[in-house]
Ligand binder design. Structure first.
Ligand SMILES: Nc1ncnc2c1ncn2[C@@H]1O[C@H](COP(=O)(O)OP(=O)(O)O)[C@@H](O)[C@H]1O
Ligand SMILES: [Mg+2]
Length: 376
């Protein structure tokens, strides 16, 4: 067996709070060999991020390593001088923190953020830096002009690609990606994951992919380790864990994966709610008939492609229903919600009596409608 890149032995991490002690990680042992992909899964609060922070030497008060060892290429990290640890970390381990894409510095252009990551390498001049930034963007599937943009001009998927570029700016031994795709829609997830995997393979690093999406894990990792309440309850090859999970908790995680067209989703679709269908006339017109929406345009600006093509959005008033609006990032879901709330005026309307009524209603758009924004 190859020499492990990472060897965690009997790791326990505690948060000492005034109201009591949280044993976030208890006696966890894990090994990773070069090039290996390990999925670290478990419900929220099971200790995944705390384990990653301990490896990164990034635990902050009131968290501390109570016992155990963490060896990176044979070097013991527990108890290491913080400065030496920071140097080692910079050269060998990359951490893509949970919610990283929303933590990109908003006042820095993409090229500046990446250049900061590269600066850790001494002796790189500006021309070389610019070349490296362009190469990195290309490798993560982004156009060169993205370098000059600020993060708020990028979609979620593009921001996550920038984070991957940052993570691989240096040659590494280990990448820890903490829920890198959980804030992305499924289609964008499926585009970003191969980029992360390709980069990991290219730099030859081992990778710990943290998450709770067993479906994603099944496609992405070689081995799965399952955490529950701070303990490692399962650790095995992905096929073996999926075929015969040794813990009921793991089986639960696996069975919670909704397989499109598979048993879970099909069962739900085939069992429609017992509530009677609404009758015509008993409806709420939430968006004026034929409303559409484009952003930008105006006298001096180039018109953008429509964010929303003409549509009607009608809900039965009774019985109460839950309607899911589903679509890829950028497909117009938030724009639709904004039209419904009256925050955004539509661009074009078909003239009709119902629209006259809808316009009156639009004078008090928020009446009876509440929303909960994404990413709050
Ligand atoms: N900074 C902190 N202070 C106190 N308790 C914390 C802190 N961070 C995490 N915890 C606690 O540690 C446990 C593990 O959390 P975490 O490692 O974030 O889990 P996961 O990443 O699996 O969701 C939880 O009980 C959580 O409440
Ligand atoms: Mg976490």
């Amino acid at each position: 067996m190859s020499v492990p890149v990472l060897d965690i032995g009997g790791l326990s991490v505690t948060y000492g709070l005034r109201e009591g002690v949280v044993r976030a990680v208890q006696d966890v042992s894990l090994r990773l060999v070069p090039g290996e992909r390990l999925g670290l899964v478990g419900e929220s609060g099971s200790g995944k991020t705390t384990t990653a922070l301990a490896v990164m030497g990034m635990l902050r008060e009131p968290g501390f390593v109570e016992s155990g060892s963490i060896r990176l290429d044979g070097t013991e990290l527990v108890g290491m001088d913080p400065k030496a640890m920071a140097r080692l970390r910079l050269r060998q381990v990359s951490y893509v923190p949970q919610g990283a894409m929303n933590a990109l510095n908003p006042v820095l252009r993409v090229r500046t953020s990446i250049a900061h990551a590269i600066r850790a390498h001494e002796g790189v001049d500006n021309a070389e830096k610019a070349r490296r930034v362009a190469n990195l963007l290309d490798e993560v599937g982004l156009a060169p002009e993205v370098a000059t943009r600020y993060p708020h001009k990028l979609s979620g998927g593009m921001k996550q690609r920038v984070c991957i570029a940052l993570a691989i700016a240096l040659s590494l031994r280990l990448i820890i990606a903490d829920e890198p795709t959980s804030a992305l829609d499924v289609v964008t997830q499926r585009q970003v994951m191969p980029t992360l995997e390709a980069m990991q393979t290219r730099v030859g690093a081992a990778m710990i992919l943290i998450g709770h999406d067993m479906g994603l894990m099944a496609q992405s990792v070689d081995r799965v380790a399952v955490m529950r309440r701070g303990r490692l309850v399962e650790d095995g090859a992905v096929r073996q864990v999926f075929a015969a999970p040794s813990e009921p908790y793991t089986a639960e995680l696996i069975h919670s994966v909704p397989i499109v067209g598979g048993a879970t989703v099909r069962a739900a679709v085939q069992a429609p709610s017992a509530a009677p269908r609404a009758t015509t006339g008993d409806t709420l017109l939430l968006v004026p008939h034929g409303a559409s929406k484009s952003y930008g345009g105006g006298l001096l600006r180039k018109p953008q492609p429509p964010a929303l093509h003409p549509l009607d959005f009608i809900l039965p008033a009774t019985p109460a229903r839950i309607v899911a609006v589903v679509g890829q990032s950028g497909s117009g879901k938030t724009t639709l919600g904004s039209l419904v709330r009256g925050f955004t005026p539509p661009c074009c309307l078909a003239a009709s009596p119902t629209n006259a009524r809808a316009s009156r209603a639009a004078a008090h758009p928020a009446d009876g409608i509440r929303s909960c924004a994404s990413d709050v």
